[in-house]
Design a protein around this ligand. Structure first.
Ligand code: NAD
Length: 479
C-alpha cells in the first residue's frame, strides 16, 4: 500500500528508466514497509533538464509575490498531510512520534511559510548611489538549478531547509533523498502538484550514493545543498571545489554539554532527552559529551544515569516512547561497535550497554551512559549517532571550554548555568555554529550550521536564503 513505484520528474510520474526499486524497511519491525523507485543516471539527467527548463520558463519569470503565493499553497498542502507524514517517517527511521509530529510533520510547512514571508517583504532590485557619481542597480537573482541531497534522520525538515529557501529565491530543485527514507520524500511531490507548482520546479528522485554523486557532478546543476556525514560531505566538497560550484554542507557533530558548577541539575535532567538523546541519538547537533565540574561530578553522574535509565524504549508510534529503534541493522551494529570500543578502552557503563532483552524485533539499542571518559577516547571523539552519552570531569571552567573545543566538529553545544549572562559568556567561547543555554532547539529565524568538520554555510533564517541568491550589479553612469 505504501509503494511508490514512480519518480516525480517534470511534473509527471514515471517508472525509473533505471528499472531499479528499493525496499524501505520499518525500523521497529524489520519488515518491508514499501517499495520505492530508485533513480539511475538517466533519471537524474531528466530531472536536471526539467529543473533547467522550469528555471528558464514559467518559474523564472514569476514575481516574488507570485512565488510567495505558490509557496503558501505548498505549505498548506504539506500541512494537510502532516500527521500521515510524521507517522510514515517514524515507521521508516524509528523516530518517536512525539518528535516526528513537530519536525517531519509540521516542520516543512513552517519553513515554506517563513521563506514565503521573507521574499514577499523583499525587493529584487536596490538602487545604490555611486561613491564617485553614477548609480548601481543591485539585483538578487536565483542562483539556478539546485541539487538537494538529504539523509534519513530528519528527512522532511532537512529537505525543506533546502527546498523552501531555494524556491523562494526563484531556483528550481532536484531532491535526492536517502534510500532509507525514500517514501516520505514523495509527499513533497504530492503537495507540490496539489499546490500547482509549475512542472520541473521540484523533482523528486530517490537513489543511492551513485545517483547522488552523478547529481553533484552534473553540468546542469548550479548549486549543491547537502546534509549528511562528514565523509560524504568532504567528497562532495572536493568535487564542488574542482567545478567551482557553490555548496552548503551540513555535516556531523560531537557537541558538548557544559554543566557549570551553578547549574540546576533538575533543569538539565529535564532537558536531557531533547538535548542529548533526541531522535534516538541520531541527531547531528546532540550534546552527547557531558562535561561535569569536579565539585559536582558524582551528582551529575547520578542525575544523568537515573534520567537515562528511566527513558521508555519501544514502539516509535506510541506517544509515550522516548527512545525508538535505530534506522537500520547497519546503524545498530555501528553503534554497538562504538559501545564495544568504549568497553575495550576500560570505561565504565552506569546504564544500558546493549540491546534491550524485551525487544527482540527492531533495531533497538539501550540508551547508554559511559562515565569517567577521557576526551581523547574514541567514544568522546567519534560521532556515534546512537543513544550513547559520555561524562567527562573538568577542573575549572577554562578546562571545560578547552575540552568542549577539543573536537574536530563544531555544530551544536549547550551550557547549563543559573546565570544567563554567564551562559552567553561561555557560549561565546565555544567554537561551534550553535549553542543552547539551558535548552537546545533549532530556531526557524536564526542560522543553523557548523564550523570545522561540521560543515560550510548556514541554513534557516535570512542567512539560509542568501546562498540561493546571486547578486548582480548593473552600473549606470548617471545618478
Ligand atoms: P550519508 O552521508 O551517508 O548520506 C547522506 C545522503 O548523501 C544520502 O542521500 C546519500 O545517498 C547521499 N550520498 C552519500 N555519499 C554521497 C556522495 N559521495 N555524493 C553524493 N551523495 C552522496 O549520511 P547518513 O548516514 O545518511 O546520515 C547521517 C549523517 O548525517 C550523520 O553523520 C549526521 O551527523 C549527518 N547529519 C548532519 C546534519 C546537519 O545539519 N549538520 C543533519 C542531519 C544529519
Amino acid at each position: 500500500m505504501l509503494d511508490r513505484n514512480e519518480l516525480f520528474i517534470d511534473g509527471n510520474w514515471a517508472p525509473p528508466s533505471s528499472g531499479e526499486y528499493g525496499d524501505v524497511i520499518e525500523a521497529a519491525t524489520e519488515k518491508v514497509l514499501g517499495r520505492s523507485a530508485m533513480a539511475g543516471t538517466a533519471d537524474i539527467d531528466a530531472a536536471v533538464a526539467a529543473a533547467r527548463a522550469a528555471l528558464d520558463g514559467p518559474w523564472g519569470s514569476m514575481s516574488r509575490a507570485e512565488r510567495a503565493d505558490v509557496l503558501d499553497r505548498f505549505a498548506a498542502a504539506m500541512t494537510a498531510r502532516a500527521r500521515d507524514t510524521a507517522e510514515l517517517v517514524s515507521r521508516e527511521n524509528g523516530m518517536p512520534i512525539s518528535l516526528a509530529k513537530p519536525t517531519n510533520g509540521y516542520g516543512p510547512a513552517a519553513m515554506l511559510s517563513y521563506y514565503a514571508g521573507l521574499i514577499r517583504a523583499a525587493e529584487d532590485e536596490e538602487v545604490r548611489p555611486g561613491a564617485l557619481g553614477g548609480r548601481t542597480v543591485v539585483r538578487s537573482e536565483p542562483v539556478g538549478v539546485v541539487a538537494a541531497i538529504t539523509p534519513w534522520n530528519y528527512p522532511q525538515p532537512l529537505a525543506a531547509m533546502k527546498i523552501a529557501p531555494a524556491l523562494a529565491a526563484g531556483c528550481t530543485v532536484v531532491l535526492k533523498p536517502a534510500p532509507e527514507t525514500a517514501l516520505d520524500a514523495f509527499v513533497f511531490a504530492d503537495a507540490a502538484q496539489e499546490a500547482g507548482l509549475p512542472a520541473g520546479v521540484l523533482n523528486v528522485v530517490p537513489g543511492g550514493r551513485e545517483a547522488g554523486a552523478h547529481l553533484v557532478e552534473h553540468s546542469g546543476v548550479d548549486k549543491v545543498a547537502f546534509t549528511g556525514s562528514t565523509a560524504a560531505g568532504r567528497a562532495i566538497g572536493e568535487v564542488c571545489g574542482r567545478l567551482l560550484r557553490p555548496v552548503t554542507l551540513e555535516l556531523g557533530g560531537k557537541s558538548a554539554a557544559i554543566v557549570a558548577d551553578d547549574a540546576d541539575l533538575d533543569v538539565f535532567a529535564g532537558h536531557l532527552l531533547e538535548v542529548s538523546l533526541v531522535n534516538n541519538g541520531q541527531t547531528c547537533h546532540a550534546s552527547t559529551r557531558i562535561l561535569a565540574p569536579r565539585s559536582r561530578y558524582g551528582e551529575v553522574v547520578d542525575a544523568v544515569t537515573e534520567t537515562v535509565r528511566a527513558l521508555r524504549v519501544g514502539d516509535p508510534l506510541d506517544k509515550t516512547t522516548a527512545i525508538g529503534p535505530l534506522v537500520s541493522a547497519a546503524q545498530r551494529d555501528r553503534v554497538l561497535g562504538h559501545i564495544g570500543a568504549g568497553r575495550a578502552d576500560g570505561y565504565q557503563i552506569t546504564t544500558g550497554g546493549g540491546v534491550p532483552g524485551d525487544l527482540p524485533q527492531g533495531w533497538f539499542v539501550e540508551p547508554t551512559v559511559f562515565v569517567g571518559v577521557d576526551n581523547s577516547a574514541s567514544i568522546a571523539q567519534e560521532e556515534i549517532f546512537g543513544p550513547v552519552l559520555t561524562i567527562t570531569e573538568y577542573s575549572d571552567i577554562d578546562d571545560a571550554v578547552r575540552i568542549a573545543n577539543d573536537s574536530v566538529y563544531g555544530l551544536g553545544g549547550t551550557v547549563w548555568t543559573t546565570d544567563e549572562g554567564r551562559g552567553l559568556e561561555l557560549a561565546r567561547r565555544i567554537r561551534t555554529g550553535t549553542v543552547g543555554v539551558n535548552h537546545y532547539a533549532l530556531e526557524l529565524t536564526a542560522p543553523f550550521g557548523g564550523v570545522k568538520a561540521s560543515g560550510l554555510g548556514r541554513e534557516l533564517g535570512p542567512e539560509g536564503l542568501a546562498p540561493y541568491l546571486a547578486p548582480k550589479s548593473v552600473y549606470f553612469a548617471t545618478r
